[in-house]
Design a protein around this ligand. Structure first.
Ligand code: PLP
Length: 269
């Protein structure tokens, strides 16, 4: 008899049985046609979940790598960056920006309290040079979901590049990336997607690409341009995580290719 661990954490989530079984298969060539077909399928389906027509990049990393890619591609050392935070993952986003030499402007709320859109508008007004705004959608450390639609609207009205840590929310909690004016949204495969850990999903708007042209932080592994160029050829720039996005990603694949695609909030709450 096989005993399954009952994972009751925000992620990695338990995997459906068929996803677990699909891992027991041989590797595929990550530069071959099967890989290219799966990459295209996952990308198209993930765009439907993000509700975006923007580019959607799949990076070999955990969610934090996706967040780091946003900072590396959008921020130059010395730039002011506004970070709205109310918990551990907001803190981490602020530390990440600081590690890249940003002047971090903190808009801080008590843990467990949501970020206030009016306060955000004020701080953006006071810091007109801060081009990039970092938001957390679901603050996993306290379980609080921020009012993302309103916060993104404030950022977009102030003409900032709106970046969202949606690692634990996207695919579990509704998001409308394009309609809400979100330039960059990041998720992680091991959360609501019910896939194994190992890749980050990052949507990038035209405005974010324009900012990327200007930003001068060092970047190599997480260079979005490389990811886009290689994705057009049906590949990732570097070796994908073992089995990814081959059959190990059945979980993610199942979600994104499902015709009844919808968020899974009812199930995960
Ligand atoms: C909101 C949020 N951001 C970032 C992360 C970090 O993601 P990872 O552990 O995949 O790097 C997590 C992980 O729980 C998270 O919940």
């Amino acid at each position: 008899m096989i005993f399954h661990t009952q994972l009751r954490i925000p992620g990695p989530t338990p995997l459906p049985e068929r996803v677990v079984r699909s891992m027991n298969r041989p590797m595929i060539d990550h530069r071959g046609p099967e890989f290219a077909a799966i990459l295209a399928e996952i990308t198209a389906g993930a765009k439907r979940v993000f509700k975006t027509k923007n580019d959607l990049l799949l990076l070999t990393s955990s969610g934090t790598g996706g967040l780091e890619s946003a900072v590396a591609n959008l921020v130059s050392p010395g730039d002011e960056v506004v970070v709205a935070l109310c918990g551990n993952f907001g803190e981490r986003f602020a530390s990440l920006a600081a590690a890249y030499g940003a002047e971090v402007v903190r808009l801080e709320f008590e843990w467990g309290q949501p970020v206030d859109p009016d306060d955000l508008a004020l701080i953006l007004q006071r810091h007109p040079k801060a081009q990039v705004l970092l938001l957390t959608h679901n603050e996993t450390s306290t379980g609080l979901t921020n009012p993302l639609r309103e916060l993104a609207r404030v950022g977009r009205n102030a003409e900032r590049i709106v970046v969202v840590d949606g690692v634990s929310s996207i695919s579990s909690i509704d998001i409308e990336t394009d309609a809400w004016g979100i330039d960059v949204a990041v998720s992680g495969s091991q959360k609501g997607w019910m896939a194994p850990p190992g890749f980050a999903l990052v949507s990038v708007s035209e405005r974010a690409w324009a900012q990327q042209e200007k930003a001068r932080s060092p970047r190599f592994y997480f260079d979005w341009k490389e990811a886009r160029t290689w994705a057009a050829k049906g590949m990732t720039p570097f070796t994908a995580t073992p089995g990814w996005p081959g059959r190990r990603s059945q979980g993610c694949r199942r979600w994104v290719s499902s015709s009844s695609l919808r968020t899974v909030s009812g199930r995960t709450r």
